[in-house]
Write a protein that binds this ligand. Structure first.
Ligand code: SF4
Length: 221
């Protein structure tokens, strides 16, 4: 870690505003991006006012060709600065593990929004549209072959042009292409939190994961 990087980690309130944002967005690698984002006190959207917080980063394999994208962090995620470490995250880990995919080994996990909306509401358009620049930077650095949108918010902001008028029930379990990300193939799944509230979705989710697995295996052969 360079002296400058150590400074970022040591005093995360020292680098704010456009200078801090440029530092994050100029990251040459995913690892640099994570370190710089973790240390940056971002106030680029209203979510920075709702709950005192620094942005969450990501978890998983930074060399994976598969990226999972959720909505926004919850309480546990904000405490740890990492996405999908609460109840929904544990369920996600279990669902993928039952198909042989270990989320910390085989995929890279991130979110559309980096800060927690109060009362876990969905992010507003202005918040998601602002924060998505960090995800776009991750996509540029990681160059994932597959991007899996978890839930309606993720699908909406990643696949806006491909999902006009589609309900979540119609959108899930299908592959998509997106003009903005031409080198990646997209797949939509329910957000694991949806399964906590509606357990009857689990068989469908398992079926969709099998479809995804089939595609991933095909792409290797
Ligand atoms: S949600 Fe994103 S853009 Fe908004 S303050 Fe947090 S990190 Fe910054």
């Amino acid at each position: 870690m360079s002296d400058q990087e150590e400074l970022w980690v040591a005093d995360n309130t020292q680098f704010t505003g456009e200078e801090g944002y440029s530092h994050v967005m100029d990251s040459p690698t995913i690892e640099d991006f994570k370190t710089r984002l973790r240390a940056y006190h971002c106030v680029r959207c209203n979510l920075s006012q709702e709950i005192a917080q620094n942005p969450t980063t990501s978890r998983g394999n930074t060399k994976s060709s598969i990226m999972l994208v959720g909505e926004a962090p919850g309480h546990n995620e904000m405490l740890q600065g990492i996405p999908f470490v609460g109840k929904a995250g544990r369920l996600m880990d279990e669902i993928f593990a039952s198909a042989g995919i270990l989320t910390d080994r085989d995929v890279y996990v991130t979110n559309i929004c980096r800060c927690r909306p109060k009362d876990n509401r969905a992010p507003h358009v202005s918040e998601a549209s602002t924060c998505i620049s960090y995800l776009q930077k991750e996509i540029k650095l990681l160059k994932p072959k597959y991007i899996i949108a978890l839930g309606a918010t993720s699908a909406r902001y990643l696949l806006e042009d491909s999902l006009p008028g589609k309900s979540m029930a119609e959108a899930v379990g299908r592959f998509y292409e997106a003009q903005d990300y031409p080198t990646s193939k997209f797949f939509v799944l329910y957000h694991p939190a949806a399964l906590i509230y509606n357990r009857s979705l689990r068989p469908e989710m398992d079926k969709h994961i099998q479809l995804l697995l089939h595609e991933l295996n095909q792409s290797k052969s």
